[in-house]
Design a protein around this ligand. Structure first.
Ligand SMILES: Nc1ncnc2c1ncn2[C@@H]1O[C@H](COP(=O)(O)OP(=O)(O)OP(=O)(O)O)[C@@H](O)[C@H]1O
Ligand SMILES: [Mg+2]
Length: 332
């Protein structure tokens, strides 16, 4: 039973969503009211340093959070439907044909003891239960393998994962997602375990699929270069909060939040010059997160208000939002 596709409105709408983890009776408050949207056919980035909650966000979207996770508030709407209120049938339909996830390490996404054919056809049978014949599904699979530029799809189908390179495995994962009819691709650092040329090919492939198939993409990365190359809107995440969001060009050309500006400073320049300094300090302890702005303890411009109160979410120019007291007070 495919999810009913609602043609209007965003394909994904994450609203004021908060998640804590129960770690042996201590609560780790990781996601703190994150909010962002992905419109149909749009490529949206989620960028932030390690441990800021990117993968947790993706798991929340697919409702596959680990057992110790507690949703403290907010909602995730997929095609206008609240994921937390979905029936088992609707949820499984969303995971089958609505949203597909591709991982940083493609080896972990494929089962080493089954051939690609066996894994591919199992997914397709699940995606279209009782529908097409084995021959028709095989044709759908080989067509998808060709569309991700894999030569000799019949040979790929007969192969086991260990017989394929990392880049080929990542393409197989993407082919499986698109053949199953996925409309929203959740890409968690795709290709970062591969060399940069292969990673570049994977990103180009995803960009082409957006154009050819009208796919929507939520691209998660800690690399600003990847986000700049492959998204039209970006959300900058820090310690479980979205601190800045907007058109990728606007955010990159005129970063407003001190964290975004510091992240940009960390990118090594092709023109040479000094080595990037990094951002002093570390992501806070989520069991005792800062009361006000979560970036305040690392922010060189933090004032009393930053430590005491959560910053408002302000629109600084059309579509460009920032959560920062300095911006709201006209200081930054
Ligand atoms: N099951 C869990 N129990 C307790 N804490 C968890 C659990 N899963 C994740 N966390 C914590 O949530 C925080 C965010 O983790 P997450 O994996 O979402 O970060 P990330 O932004 O994807 O990082 P990376 O870039 O390294 O992949 C981390 O502090 C992590 O330790
Ligand atoms: Mg992660």
């Amino acid at each position: 039973m495919p999810t009913a596709e609602n043609k209007s409105g965003p394909i994904l709408d994450v609203r004021d969503f908060s998640v804590s983890f129960n770690v042996y009776g201590k609560f780790s408050h990781v996601l703190d009211g994150i909010a962002f949207r992905v419109q149909r056919g749009e490529r949206v980035g989620l960028v932030g340093e390690s441990g800021c909650g990117k993968t947790t966000t993706l798991k929340a979207i697919l409702r596959v959070l680990p057992g110790n996770a507690i949703v403290k508030g907010g909602e995730v709407l997929f095609d206008g439907q609240d994921v937390s209120g979905m029936s088992d049938a609707a949820l499984s339909a969303m995971r089958r044909t609505g949203a597909g996830m591709i991982f940083q390490d493609p080896s972990s996404a494929l089962n080493p003891v089954f051939s690609i054919e066996s894994q591919f056809l199992t997914v397709l049978k699940y995606a279209a239960p009782g529908g097409a014949s084995g021959k028709q599904l095989y044709a759908v699979a080989t067509e998808a393998l060709s569309s991700v530029m894999l030569p000799d799809p019949d040979r790929i189908m007969k192969s086991f994962p260990y017989q394929l390179s990392g880049g080929m495995k990542q393409r197989v994962c993407i082919a499986i997602a698109i053949a199953a009819g996925c409309r929203l691709l959740l890409a968690d650092e795709p290709g970062t375990s591969l060399d940069v040329t292969i990673q570049d090919q994977i990103l180009r492939l995803i960009n082409r699929l957006v154009i050819d198939r009208g796919l929507s993409v939520l691209m998660v990365s800690h690399s600003l270069g990847v986000i700049r190359q492959s998204t039209s809107r970006v959300n900058i995440m820090y310690a479980g909060t979205v601190v800045e969001s907007g058109a990728t060009d606007d955010v990159f050309s005129d970063p407003k939040h001190p964290y975004t500006a510091a992240l940009m400073e960390c990118v090594p320049k092709l023109t040479g010059g000094s080595v990037a300094r990094g951002i002093p300090g570390r992501v806070p302890d989520y069991t005792q997160p800062p009361k006000g702005c979560r970036f305040a303890p690392r922010c060189p411009w933090a004032r009393d208000i930053c430590n005491g109160q959560k910053p408002p979410h302000l629109e600084v120019s059309p579509g460009h939002h920032v959560s920062c007291h300095l911006v709201s007070e006209g200081i930054q």
